[in-house]
Design a binder for this molecule. Structure first.
Ligand code: BGC
Length: 727
């Protein structure tokens, strides 16, 4: 008897699915009806009270109708501590509000692993729930247009595809905990210099191809429930009152149903902002009743300048988000500082660390017979959960690199520490008159001498340098790429004193490490890697973890070679930044202009070696509605297991319009056991080869030939095949 199981299963699945869809629609319809009812019951005053802050991180609800307010909190690094009621930004000094410190944005991006971004989202979402927040002001993923941007460490990448994959995964994780993600900063907040006044002029094509894709993906695929309008202007209008960005694109084209929240103090008008798409005004300075979206908005409605329908739409959006969060069924309790969250931090951090150079095979450290290690540099003991201006987290704990090494090797190895340099940052808002002439970047001869003495008498010297969260900060951009605090002099001196010197650089953005690349044989890049940062770094150095991080942005040889600087468009003239480089951002610029970077996008070594087989595409010619399937094999030719990221780039041959030499279109990180080979399959819908045509205002796939490239970085292409797209 022939039983057609697959068909039966398929029919059942379809029935279950359509039942699920129908019930989701019923739920949606029921919620919509409830929302409409609630809005009808509210007075105009009650509605307006929901549209602006009533403390730094909260808005009002309507208690008589059982409507809670919004309880927001930063941010990407962890759930920020509570603030003293009415005390401005002063902490409440509670004993119950410490939280897990998560790796920074560029660290998450360096994992090239969306499943880790998703775990980050779930864990931080659980912490937000446990702390009673319904909106988490994260993730932040503005494009790394210039390496100097003070918030590069908070953001992900210079590439819109990598950005999108991580943003969607993080948003889905956060919202799985019934906490709204607030994706930020919409849009083009790519520099901190004059961020509150700068006007960005950008071509429509660069806007669509480079700066918007991750926001679009976070809204359309990730279903982010809230979004934060950026501080800056775009094409002459503040982002918080930018009709094109908020009404036309976000709420119109992308069908966004959630809340547009202003950045803190980033609202500049009542009527324009209300009519052009802003829903909630946040800020940190009372009196809140005078906010644009408080009494002035009430007056504007009464005067007929803003319709009550517009107000109802904003309230509707807030209620829609509340029904997905605080008012949702089966609201999880959340959890704080759990071992599982620490494990998530550990796993992210261990996949983020980038091995830049290992020419002497000094790493992983051969611990047998190792007697003394000199641990040198302020960054070996520097904590990064707090620092600088902007969002930090009162970490329950943070393991420093020195503690990590002590925990890993302290029983058998004599670990000696020397500070090496003093990490002093004089922030503009902290400057006093005695600081006027202090050169914080001057090497300290006494500390260097002490470091040299320590290094001389040790088997290995590990120098921890780089930035920290005072040096890389919201609110200002770095002046240049040079290493701060006299660190280069320290590295030179220690390297001369000990032939087994390892340089570990900790930072969230590119630095000038030309000299180190030239003079040093062993270089490791690490990030502000969260509560478990020191443990993961020690485990990478000792080989318990085989590094697999890949750079999420290009390190230029010189700042003036990077696009915004080459074209003199940073930080802008007369408060206008013209993005003259257009679509040629990051590696798109270096590759197209044939400029060799110091370290390319996607670069990162391993303790093992990988061999890529030639790539295969499933066909040679593709129609517009088809998908290109690419297969390649990756063989681990070394002796230890390792993870490799196969990066798939596409380049149009003979395009009628300007195109980048190559664009990342897919990637996959795979574990390959020693001596084994794995097959990696990647797919690209042909429609993803499109460029944005400014004349027709449409995405257009040009017919013709395309190069399909697989590589281990943007500059390490292993195999290329040409395919054709036919109409
Ligand atoms: C930042 C936001 C942050 C907000 C609240 C602003 O200065 O730009 O990213 O969420 O402050 O702390």
């Amino acid at each position: 008897m022939k039983i057609n199981f697959p068909r039966i299963i398929l029919t059942c699945t379809l029935t279950v699915m359509s039942f699920a869809n129908a019930s989701a629609q019923n739920n949606d319809a029921a919620t919509e009806a409830k929302i409409d009812q609630l809005v009808k019951k509210m007075t105009l005053e009650e509605k307006i009270s929901m549209l602006h802050a009533n403390s730094i991180f909260t808005t009002s609800g309507v208690a008589r109708l059982g409507i809670p307010g919004l309880s927001t909190d930063d941010g990407p690094l962890g759930i920020r501590e509570e603030l003293k009621a009415g005390g401005g930004w002063a902490p409440a000094n509670l004993t119950t509000d410490s939280a897990t410190f998560f790796p920074n944005g560029s660290a998450i991006a360096a994992t090239w692993n969306p499943s880790l971004a998703n775990r980050y989202g779930i864990a931080i979402g659980e912490e937000a729930r446990a702390r009673g927040k319904n909106v988490l002001l994260a993730p932040a993923f503005n494009i790394a247009r210039t390496p100097l941007c003070g918030r590069t460490y908070e953001y992900y990448s210079e590439d819109p595809f990598l950005n999108s994959q991580l943003a969607v995964a993080a948003v889905e994780g956060i919202q799985s905990q019934h906490v709204a993600a607030c994706v930020k900063h919409f849009a083009l907040n790519n520099q901190e210099t004059e961020r509150g006044r700068i006007n960005v002029e950008v071509s429509e094509r660069a806007l669509r191809e480079i700066y918007l894709p991750a926001f679009k993906a976070a809204i359309e695929k990730g279903n982010a429930w809230t979004i934060m309008a950026a501080y800056n202007k775009v094409r002459g209008e503040y982002c918080s009152e930018n009709n094109y960005l908020l009404n036309t694109i976000l709420k119109g084209e992308w069908g966004f149903k959630g809340i547009v929240i202003s950045d803190w103090g980033g609202t500049h008008s009542t009527v324009t902002a209300a009519n052009n798409g802003l829903d909630v005004e946040m800020g940190s300075r009372p009196p809140y009743e005078n906010y644009y979206f408080a009494n002035p908005l009430l007056d504007s409605v009464k005067a007929g300048k803003v319709s009550e329908k517009t107000i109802d739409d904003k309230v509707h959006r807030i209620l829609w988000v509340l029904y997905k969060t605080s008012l949702s069924k089966n609201l999880p309790a959340g959890s704080l500082n759990t071992p599982a969250h620490s494990k998530t931090v550990y796993d992210i951090a261990s996949e983020s660390i980038v091995l830049l150079k290992n020419d002497k095979h000094l790493l992983p450290l051969k611990t047998a017979g190792l007697k003394t290690i000199a641990v040198i540099g302020d960054n070996a003991t520097h904590m990064n959960h707090l620092g600088g201006f902007g969002a930090g987290v009162k970490a329950k704990y943070e393991i420093t690199p020195l503690q990590g090494l002590q925990n890993a090797l302290g029983k058998t190895v004599n670990i000696k520490f020397a500070q090496g340099y003093r990490a002093r940052v004089i922030n503009p808002w902290q400057k006093n008159k005695n600081d006027k002439d202090v050169d914080v970047n001057k090497p300290d001869p006494a500390l260097i001498q002490e470091a040299v003495n320590t290094a001389k008498n040790s088997d290995v010297a590990i120098v921890f340098i780089g930035g920290n969260r005072d040096y890389e900060s919201e609110g200002r951009d770095r002046k240049d790429l040079s290493l701060p605090f006299g660190e280069q002099a320290l590295v030179d001196a220690v390297t001369a004193a000990n032939a087994n010197t390892i340089v570990v650089i900790i930072g969230g953005a590119p630095y000038d490490i030309n000299k180190i690349k030239k003079d040093n044989h062993t270089i490791v890049w690490s990030w502000f890697n969260g509560s478990e940062g020191g443990h993961t770094l020690a485990d990478v150095l000792t080989g318990k973890v085989n590094p697999s991080g890949k750079l999420p942005f290009t390190f230029p040889v010189a700042l003036h070679e990077s696009p915004a600087h080459y074209l003199h468009t940073f930080p802008g003239d007369s408060l206008t930044a013209i993005y003259k480089e257009g679509i040629l951002v990051g590696y798109r610029w270096y590759d197209t202009k044939n400029i060799t970077p110091l370290y390319p996008f996607g670069y990162g070594l391993s303790y093992t070696n990988f061999a890529f087989s030639p790539l295969h595409t499933d066909k040679k010619d593709y129609k517009l509605n088809e998908t290109i399937t690419v297969t390649t094999k990756v063989k681990n030719t070394g002796k230890i297991d390792g993870k490799e990221t196969v990066q798939l780039y596409i380049g149009k041959l003979g395009s009628a319009v300007e195109r980048a030499e190559k664009e990342l279109k897919a990637f996959k990180k795979v574990m390959v056991p020693a001596g084994k080979e794995v097959t990696v399959r990647l797919s690209i819908p042909v429609k993803n080869l499109a460029y944005y045509n400014e004349q027709s205002k449409k995405w257009v796939v040009e017919p013709g030939k395309y190069k399909v490239m697989t590589g281990a970085s943007s500059r390490d292409i292993k195999s290329t095949v040409t395919i054709s797209v036919i109409n």
